[in-house]
Every structure is written in C-alpha cells, then in structure tokens.
Design a protein around this ligand. Structure first.
Ligand SMILES: NC(=O)c1ccc[n+]([C@@H]2O[C@H](COP(=O)([O-])OP(=O)(O)OC[C@H]3O[C@@H](n4cnc5c(N)ncnc54)[C@H](OP(=O)(O)O)[C@@H]3O)[C@@H](O)[C@H]2O)c1
Length: 321
C-alpha cells in the first residue's frame, strides 16, 4: 500500500509519521493538501472534552485537521465534474466517524463536499475560511433565516467564526452589531460591523436594540438570557449542544422566538457562494502561518489569548528537509 506523510498527535504533541495514502471510493476525490488551518476542534479532542467524540473517530495514529485547500489528485468512480489538477477547497466532516485529517499529504472526500477554489483566492486563505465561513453562513442564513434588511448580533466577533460572520451577515444584507473585547474593537470595525459593543466596558445585555438573529459563536450565553433582545420570530443560534440549548429549545417552543444549534457541513453550493465573496474581497483575518512540521507551535498559537485571526498550516511545502 502506498504511504504518505502525516502529523500524528500523541501525548499532547505533534510529530511526523507515515500512514497509508487514502484511495478515493465511489463519488469521492483524493485531494493533495496545500494548506490547512487550526480550529477549536483540535483543542476539544486533545483536551479530552466530551464534545470531541462527535468531531473525529480518534483513530490511531491520531491525525487531525479539517480545513483544506489543495488540488484534486485522483477521482473515484462516478466523478466527472472534477479532474486531477483542479484547485479545490472545503473541510472534512466534523463527525465521530471521520478517521482522517488534513495535516497529511492527501485526504479523500465526497465530490459534493468540495468546490473549485477561485483563482484569485490564495490556497492558505481558502483553507483559513472553510470551516468558519460554512459555520457562519449556515448559522445566519439557514438556522437564523437572516435576510436582506435584517439585523444580526454577533457575539465573539473577533474570533475565527465571529469575524467572518460579521462579513457574511453584511453580504446577506443585514445591519450588524458586534460584541468583542476592547483590544479587538478597531479590528472588528474593519470587518464591516455597523455597531460595536465593547464587552469589557459595557454589559452586552443592556443594549436597547432587538435583533432578528443573535449568533453566539463561543456559546457562552443562552437563549434564555437573550430572548428579550430577539424580535418576534427572531432566532438565537449557538455552536454548542449543551444544557442551555435544551432549556432554550423548550422555552422557545412556547414563545414566538426560535433557539437553534448549528452543525456545520461542507457543501459545494455554500463554498461556491463564499468563494465569490472571498474573491470579491471579504476578509478572513489571518494571525499566523506555520509549516505542518511545526504543527505543535500552530496548535499552541491557537490557544494564545493574543491570537488575532486564523492560524494557517502550510502542508505541501511544510514538511521540512
Ligand atoms: N457547531 C459547529 O458546527 C461549530 C463549527 C465551528 C466552530 N464551532 C465552535 O465554535 C466555537 C468558537 O470557535 P472559534 O473558532 O470562533 O473560536 P475562537 O477563534 O477562539 O473565538 C472565540 C471568540 O469568543 C470570544 N469570547 C470568549 N468568551 C466570551 C464571552 N464570555 N463573551 C463574549 N465573547 C467571548 C473571544 O473573544 P474575547 O477576546 O473577547 O474573549 C473570541 O474572539 C468553538 O467552541 C468551536 O468548537 C462549532
């Protein structure tokens, strides 16, 4: 069986290993990974959090990483719309049955879970955008039913999901209020927020405004705490399925408001739409870039409070000597 290079996680650190190179099955393509990016999911798995069991199969050796941009390498039976050499992007499924990771030379993925990368969007930018953009689009448009002329409140607007959520809400035609810390106020303004609430100076719950969608990207609040700031028919969307979500859904059932949880999925049509926006200048803040051989440093940077954007991992040219 042909082998490939990958970075395995063991004892909290990342190190190189050789593993079998995956072969695309029916309806799948194999992608040579050029760039990836770190998400909160790695920390949840490495930290042994309960949520980790729904994100990856945690197979051995443990190879993580979900985001990717790269080129199609091989196509499986039944794939006629993608050819070897086509630049593509997307993310692997966040699922307890995912056994592979993008901190490796090659991955395989269903054809409908990838899209062609626009020429003027660099590989590392597409990789940095994949998960956070899909999460934001699906939260705001699908869960939140945000439409042209609507209003959105983005909690955690300086974070990976939150920062691109500001740009996506604007592209959906909404007026955006963003909550962030003092250190990030100037940065968040550049993403296009109409109003900013500095959570270190003001109590966010004191805002007099009401919103069509409240997107709690770090899942630190709850429907119950925000219901009074939702318009009738408005939706609170969270990223974590916790007790607050369950309570919120029960309360929402007896009200005119909605409480939803997003479960991100890599979908071709959504990637194509976001690809157009990225091509047109929508910002994905990038904090830093690391070679895949230095994955331990990239994972450490992800948890650094000074991080201001996405941590990119260069895979194709990142294996060192
Ligand atoms: N369900 C899904 O499909 C899905 C998909 C993607 C991500 N997620 C989850 O979404 C969460 C966020 O991911 P991320 O990549 O955006 O993380 P991130 O980059 O670490 O950003 C989190 C942001 O939340 C802010 N924050 C922290 N505590 C806060 C509080 N009490 N009030 C207001 N803001 C607060 C932080 O800013 P400060 O500097 O102000 O603290 C930070 O900007 C993670 O738990 C991740 O696992 C879920």
């Amino acid at each position: 069986m042909e082998q490939m290079r990958a970075m395995k996680i063991s004892g909290g650190a990342a190190g190189p290993t050789d593993i079998p190179r995956p072969v695309p099955g029916k309806g799948e393509v194999s992608v040579k990974v050029i760039a990836s990016a770190v998400n909160a999911a790695e920390e949840k798995i490495m930290g042994g959090e309960f949520a980790g069991r729904f994100l990856h199969a945690k197979s051995s050796p443990l190879v993580l990483g979900w985001d990717f941009a790269g080129v199609v390498d091989l196509v499986g039976n039944g794939v006629s719309d993608l050819k070897p050499g086509t630049p593509v992007w997307g993310h692997l499924p966040y699922s307890g049955s995912t056994k592979q990771g993008t901190y490796a030379e090659y991955i395989t993925i269903l054809r409908e879970q990838v899209a062609i990368k626009p020429d003027n969007v660099p590989f590392h930018v597409a990789a940095a955008a994949a998960t956070v953009a899909m999460t934001s689009l699906q939260s705001l448009r699908d869960m939140g039913r945000l439409r042209e002329g609507g209003t959105a409140l983005i909690i955690g607007a300086a974070g990976g999901v939150g920062s691109i959520a500001v740009g996506i809400a604007r592209r959906l035609g909404a007026k955006v209020t963003a909550i962030c810390s003092t250190k990030d106020v100037e940065r968040v303004k550049t993403y296009g927020a109409d109003e900013i609430i500095d959570r270190k100076k003001t109590n966010p719950f004191d805002t007099p405004s009401k919103f069509d969608v409240i997107f709690d990207t770090p899942a630190v609040h709850s429907f119950s705490r925000w219901a009074h700031r939702l318009e009738n028919g408005g939706t609170y969307v969270t990223t974590l399925p916790d007790l607050g979500l369950l309570t919120g859904m029960i309360r929402a059932f007896f009200s005119s408001k909605r409480c939803k949880f997003v479960q991100v999925a890599s979908k071709r049509k959504d990637l194509e739409l976001v690809g157009e926006w990225l091509s047109d200048g929508m910002v994905v803040p990038i904090d830093s870039r690391y070679k895949v051989s230095d994955l331990s440093s990239a994972l450490k940077r992800q948890t650094d409070p000074a991080r201001s954007g996405r941590v990119v991992v260069d895979v194709e040219n990142g294996w060192g000597g």
